[in-house]
Write a protein that binds this ligand. Structure first.
Ligand code: ADP
Ligand code: MG
Length: 362
């Protein structure tokens, strides 16, 4: 008998940024994300053992994961990898031991979903011999993050990473989990900037949980199981705060996502920008998930000439995106930091991004 030759597989999965549609995922609404051209690469060489030895260029501590790992065995960055192993096994898939090494160009903890990039790349590498449908991979990654890492997140990040396509935005319907491609070729004249505030995240999980409860209560009061099932004006029938305002954000945000997708299809970038500003105002006033620091960045970007700017991600920090001409992008990059520093906040990091290809085996 000839010994099995160890084969090495390589998988890649990108980070993402959400153009519009915040907190709509768990309300079974809509969002419009793009995959980035920055991503995470995983190289995996399987063996016949029952342990995975994992290194990441971004972390000094290597980890080992038993293939029969269970929640609680690992924390820190290792939990993301171990969570994928566990969730795969839970869905009935065999995981082999071996060596895995990880490199990434997605900044960690900036709201660009380095976590989903890591999960999707790990899962693609572990299932390279028998690839799973993307939706299945997304659900397994979400389970890893929810039940092993302990982060209560929706499917937005994983779907964006898996379904991404160059020069294309993704209209995600969280009710049907259908992903519709919307062409988004920025050309040379326009830029999408991601402005990382470097704000320390405080009690994000607690506030996130409270928003979920308010949305559930609003749906309950309206006699439906999710806010997707009511008409866009249904928030008017709610008497109590904060449910009324929270529902107004979700219902108006869903409309803005659909309008933004339509504007993109027609190359109407001014309308897209205006919808982004309205989305920010709704997150600030109705959903109350922005901070003074984040509001300042979004306002200043618009003062400097952006067509639109809004916080992206779950809230209470993270990044602001600004949609602008090439000329304004230079102005924002040169001048925004000063305003933010004058107000006593850390200097932001500003990156120009473009829609990139989704996760794949290399
Ligand atoms: P985001 O997804 O917005 O970047 P999260 O807090 O959800 O922020 O996930 C970041 C965490 O994911 C990191 O703190 C780390 O534990 C893990 N992670 C992401 N990318 C890598 C990587 N390349 N190597 C090791 N751990 C990673
Ligand atoms: Mg994340």
């Amino acid at each position: 008998m000839t010994p099995e030759i160890a084969t090495t597989v390589r998988a890649y999965a990108p980070g993402r940024v959400n153009l519009i549609g915040e907190h709509t995922d768990y309300n079974l609404g809509y969002a419009l994300p793009i995959a980035l051209r920055s991503g995470t690469s995983v190289t995996f060489t399987a063996d016949d053992g029952d342990v995975l030895a994992v290194t990441s260029e971004a972390e000094s501590q290597d980890i080992t994961v038993a293939v029969d790992t269970a929640p609680g065995d690992l924390d820190g960055w290792g939990a993301y990898v171990a969570g994928c192993v566990w969730a795969l096994q839970q869905s009935g898939h065999v995981v082999r031991g071996g060596r895995m090494s990880i490199t990434s160009t997605v900044p960690m903890g900036s709201g660009l979903s380095s976590s989903a990039a890591l999960e999707c790349a790990v899962l693609l590498a572990l299932t390279a011999e028998r690839p799973l449908p993307p939706l299945k991979v997304a659900r397994i990654a979400q389970r890893a993050e929810n039940d092993y890492v302990g982060a209560p997140t929706g499917l937005l990040d994983q779907l964006s990473s898996l379904y991404g396509r160059a020069d294309t935005a993704l209209l995600v319907d969280f009710s049907s989990l259908e992903v519709t491609e919307v062409p988004m070729d920025l050309g040379d004249a326009h830029r999408l900037l991601v402005i990382d505030s470097h704000a320390p995240h405080q009690n994000v999980a607690g506030e996130y949980a409270k928003r979920r409860v308010s949305c559930e209560n609003a749906a309950g009061e309206l006699g439906v199981s999710s806010l997707r099932e009511v008409d866009p004006e249904a928030w008017r029938r709610l008497r109590d705060e904060p449910e009324r305002s929270r529902a107004r954000h979700i219902l108006t945000e869903n409309m803005r996502v659909l309008d933004a997708a339509e504007a993109l299809r027609h190359g109407d970038l001014a309308t897209l920008g205006r919808l982004m500003c309205l989305s920010h105002a709704s997150m600030r006033d109705d959903f109350e998930i922005t901070t003074e620091h984040i509001d300042l960045i979004a306002e200043r970007a618009c003062e400097l000439g952006a067509l639109g700017a809004r916080m992206t991600g779950g809230g209470f920090g993270g990044s602001v995106i600004a949609f602008c001409s090439d000329e304004v992008a230079h102005r924002i990059t040169a001048e925004l930091g000063e305003t933010v520093a004058d107000a006593g906040y850390p200097a932001p990091t500003i990156r120009a991004v473009r829609p990139g290809r989704g996760a794949h085996l290399c």
